[in-house]
Write a protein that binds this ligand. Structure first.
Ligand code: BMA
Length: 397
């Protein structure tokens, strides 16, 4: 009897319970879904904000690390200027990484106690399958140094002094070549092979299973006529095509999504238009400028102030980052060059970073080294409020 009663009463009760539970589950599911979309919306939104607007990157499928690097550069530019040096850890005065790959040295670090925030490298000669670049840095060691710079929290920028694809002479061989390597050109196949070698290197830049984000700055100083890809040596239309096709090869054919692309003309002469060779907003992430001091500080400061203001204006209109991609005074024989010439010229420029060229020897160097005339001045430069070295950018959140 008891058993019978149990079956009589309980089924309806059970039904009630089940339907109530189902309703509750449905409500909970709705809540969870809402919460999920709320978090998703909030988290997507919080990556961008009123100050930092969502950029239209060259690569729609750019890695998260690239997006973070882009944002980091933006916030760096709000705090100061990241200081960069070409081949900083590859060699310096009296040392070369390849002679002792067990310790990582840097003239900047020897002088100031800190590494630069931006590390420049160059891929010239990778295209012709050499084991070392045009400045004798072995590519396998360069890879280690890029990984090390990334591990340290540094920013990596890569230029490419590639050979002339027609003659296989140097970058400075002015023989017409751009028209031969764009689609339909006689050396196209060779160029695609060259790009595949660049791509293999870029793809090998891995840390913790992820591709290291880098800034690639090919075909620089194109408004001058010293490289085969610039000035009188090529038609700007062909230059633009070459740039666009290079991006397409790296991004679409080789599936590289760890690259920001930087465009960097040389100092503007009165008739130069900054955008004369511009490959378009869809093909450039960072607007740059290269200007050197040829032992005329006054002239230099004028050009830097003038040109960086132009770059800032164009970049702001386009919601692009901007930087002083190459500079320096060869041999640094002007006293206090860093605090009295460079700093006043860039202090209020709004750039993300400034990069000085390499320290090859006592005649060809752009950063002080121990005992160099500008050593003490560079220590003062490091202490200035807006100069950001490695520790400084790592302490910014
Ligand atoms: C130039 C010089 C050259 C060097 C080239 C690529 O400005 O420093 O000696 O080979 O850059 O780094």
């Amino acid at each position: 009897m008891a058993k019978f009663e149990f079956y009589l009463v309980k089924p309806s009760y059970c039904y009630f319970c089940i339907s109530k539970s189902l309703k509750m589950i449905t409500i909970s599911l709705k809540k969870i879904t809402f919460l999920f979309f709320f978090i998703l919306f909030y988290s997507c939104n919080s990556f961008y904000n009123e100050d930092y607007k969502k950029p239209d990157l060259v690569d729609e499928n750019a890695s998260n690390q690239i997006k973070e690097l882009h944002k980091r550069l933006f916030y760096i530019s709000k705090k100061g200027i990241a200081i960069g040096h070409q081949d900083d850890t590859s060699y310096g005065l009296g040392w070369n990484y390849k002679d002792d790959p067990t310790t990582i040295k840097s003239d900047v670090e020897k002088v100031t106690g800190d590494f630069p925030a931006v590390f420049g490298f160059d891929l010239g000669w990778i295209e012709i399958d050499k084991q070392y670049n045009l400045d004798t840095v072995p590519f396998n060691l360069m890879r280690n140094l890029i990984i090390d710079a990334h591990k340290k929290g540094g920013i990596i920028t890569i230029s490419w002094h590639l050979q002339n694809p027609v003659t296989e002479g140097s970058s400075w061989d002015k023989t017409t070549a751009v028209s031969s390597i764009i689609k339909g050109g006689s050396e196209r196949e060779k160029y695609e092979l060259w790009i595949s070698r660049v791509a293999t290197f870029m793809a090998s830049l891995q840390y913790n299973g992820e591709a290291i984000p880098v800034i690639f700055r090919p075909f620089h100083e194109m408004n001058g006529s010293w490289f085969w890809w610039g000035g009188e040596n090529c038609d700007p239309k062909d230059y633009i095509t070459l740039w666009q096709e290079t991006v397409q090869l790296l991004r679409d054919k080789h599936n590289l999504h760890n690259i920001l692309y930087a465009y960097s003309p040389n100092k503007l002469n009165p008739n130069d238009a900054y955008l004369a060779y511009y490959p378009g907003d869809d093909y450039v992430d960072i607007l740059g400028m290269d200007i050197y001091d040829f032992n005329n500080a006054e002239d230099y400061v004028k050009s830097v102030t003038n040109d960086l203001a132009i770059v800032k204006k164009v970049a702001t209109e386009k919601n692009k980052l901007f930087a002083f991609t190459e500079t320096g005074l060869e041999s640094l024989q002007t006293e206090k060059w860093f605090t009295k010439v460079l700093y006043p010229a860039i202090e209020n420029s709004g750039i993300c970073w400034v990069l000085t060229w390499r320290n090859y020897d006592t005649k060809h160097h752009y950063m002080p080294y121990n005992g160099q005339l500008n050593e003490a001045d560079f220590i003062e430069f490091e202490k200035l409020p807006k100069t950001l070295f490695l520790k400084d950018i790592n302490s910014l959140n």
